[in-house]
Design a protein around this ligand. Structure first.
Ligand code: UT7
Length: 346
């Protein structure tokens, strides 16, 4: 088995910003309530022409350039999304078409906000086994298109965005060291879009009853998240024979600062080692962890050999964590697309 790690990163965010003050004009809420309960100040909202495929493709393009990998050399595209452009074809196939990755297999992973960590774990298995050498992993969601902007319990939370990573063989001992993945279908109804699938195909009634929008039992999801984030990250560390003292950066799913705080406390990781950008983007679902990884890296926070834990939770219910030894050289400001350390293939 060879080591598999991230050798390039990209992100894409819509330009339009929706602030808490904008939301005050739309529903009975306040900037103070939203910030205190979630840590969010603003989020990005996709335009009519911005979709999971277009944002995902833009993030992938940057990641490929960063890794110095040509589109035609990509073996596999895994797109984590629960807001695909269409029920089918997959968003991964649409991204393939847009980038010209003609040698790649492509499929979507539906694990909601845990999707990027699921997809990264799958990619690392293909690369470690030797089956594939260059895998594009993209986490993207445009949940504002499925948000009921009359429901103050959900419309304050979500934002749109994409993050992508190229996964390839890296120096032994670097890259993905271990993971924890799980799900609990018993909690499936806690966070859902009830209609639009085979169970309740679109009808006038489903539209009138607003069943094509996100519905959430916020308090129940909160309780689940608080429990699972710390537990899952701990299990992933245990499997690698590491403890939270070995962690240089915790990069959690950016849903709510109170949930992030609880994970931090469970793991006993100090605040200086936790990356948080939820105030700027809200919950971008599958996009949240790769966008955070991209920003932490570009801010010069992630260094070669750093031990990084990423952990997510979401609808399903699902959860996933990965322990990574960072395999990308630091970016130099004079070289905006510094070549990755380890994208030379065997
Ligand atoms: O990636 C996974 C996606 N989902 C999540 O991460 C969601 C997890 N859950 C949460 O983050 C929190 O449950 C929320 C932020 C959604 C809500 O916070 P909370 O502290 O659990 O509030 P709550 O639902 O218990 O509501 C408390 C009060 C209620 O009023 P009453 O019944 O006490 O009078 C709500 O009606 O706050 C009210 N409320 C609001 N007030 C102002 C609910 N939403 C709002 C709002 N503005 N936007």
């Amino acid at each position: 088995m060879r080591s598999a790690g991230i050798v390039g990163l990209g992100k894409a965010l819509p330009a339009k910003v929706l602030t808490n003050f904008d939301l005050e004009q739309m529903v009975d809420t306040s900037d103070e309530w939203i910030f205190e309960r979630t840590g969010i100040r603003q989020r990005r909202v996709s335009s009519e022409n911005e979709t999971s495929a277009s944002l995902g493709a833009a993030a992938c393009k940057e990641a490929l350039a960063h890794a110095n990998v040509a589109p035609e050399d990509v073996d596999l595209i895994i797109c984590a999304t629960t807001s695909p452009d269409m029920l089918f074809p997959s968003t991964a196939c649409l991204i393939q078409q847009s980038l010209g990755c003609w040698s790649a297999a492509a499929f979507d992973v539906a694990a909601a906000c845990s999707g990027f960590v699921y997809a990264l774990t799958i990619a690392s298995q293909f690369v470690s086994s030797g089956a594939y050498s260059r895998v594009l992993v993209v986490g993207v969601d445009v949940l504002t298109k499925f948000t009921d902007f009359t429901d103050r319990g959900t419309c304050i939370l979500f934002g749109d965005g994409a993050g992508a990573a190229v996964v390839a063989p890296v120096e032994e001992g670097k890259g993905v060291l271990g993971f924890d993945m799980g799900s609990d279908g018993g909690g499936a109804r806690l966070l859902e879009i009830p209609a639009g699938g085979g169970r309740h195909p679109a009808t006038l009634d489903t539209v009138n009853q607003r069943q094509h929008f996100i519905r959430m039992e916020g308090r129940e999801v909160f309780k689940f998240a608080v429990k699972i984030m710390g537990e899952s990250a701990q299990r992933a560390l245990d499997r690698c024979g590491l403890s939270s003292r070995d962690v240089d950066w915790l990069i959690p799913h950016q849903a709510n600062t109170r949930i992030i705080d609880s994970a931090m406390r469970h793991l006993d990781i100090p605040v200086e080692k936790v990356y948080v950008n939820v105030e700027r983007y809200g919950n971008t679902s599958a996009g949240s962890i790769p966008i955070a990884l991209h920003e932490a890296y570009h801010e010069g926070k992630l260094r070669d050999d750093d031990c990084i834990v990423i952990v997510g939770f979401g609808a399903g219910l699902t959860w996933a964590s990965c322990v990574l030894v960072w395999s990308l050289a630091p970016l130099h400001t004079s070289e905006p697309s510094a070549p990755a350390t380890a994208c030379r293939m065997e």
